[in-house]
Design a protein. Structure first.
Length: 143
């Protein structure tokens, strides 16, 4: 059972946040009027959606390529999005947000670094790079 809400008043759009619903599943909904007014005919919509892709905030997304194919299937080149050369933590996250590859390497903004992801199954991933408390992300498709 999922609790209901009447927090926006007449004509408002009610919403709940829960991890109990799954997109594509069937749900039965009981609709009632909490204000005691006469029932009115009409329709309503329900939208169950997954959260932001893997929970990665788009504010950390980098414009321009961080990760590019290097001509060998499953092998990529990455460049540092950070101003200074330093050790960088790199994670490839799958569509469920699980870490499927982890690596630490000293990166510079000018020299590409090889990244072997040949063990990944084809799909959409996020490359998460973190250095000195700063984080950058970029989505990529692995074929």
């Amino acid at each position: 059972m999922i609790a209901c809400s009447n927090s926006t008043g007449p004509g408002g759009i009610e919403s709940i946040t829960t991890d109990l619903l799954v997109p594509g599943a069937t749900y039965y909904v009981r609709v009632y009027d909490v204000d005691g007014a006469s029932p009115q005919p009409g329709t309503f919509g329900i939208c169950v959606y997954a959260p932001n892709f893997m929970g990665v905030d788009d504010a950390t997304a980098v414009e321009g390529a961080l990760i590019t194919p290097n001509g060998i299937p499953g092998n990529y080149s990455v460049r540092s999005p950070f101003a200074a050369a330093a050790t960088c933590e790199m994670r490839a996250l799958d569509a469920m947000g699980r870490t499927v590859h982890f690596e630490m390497a000293r990166l510079t903004p000018t020299a590409p670094h090889p990244l072997d992801l040949s063990n990944l199954v084809p799909g959409t991933y996020v490359l998460l790079m973190q250095q000195s408390g700063e984080m950058r992300t970029q989505r990529f498709i692995h074929l």
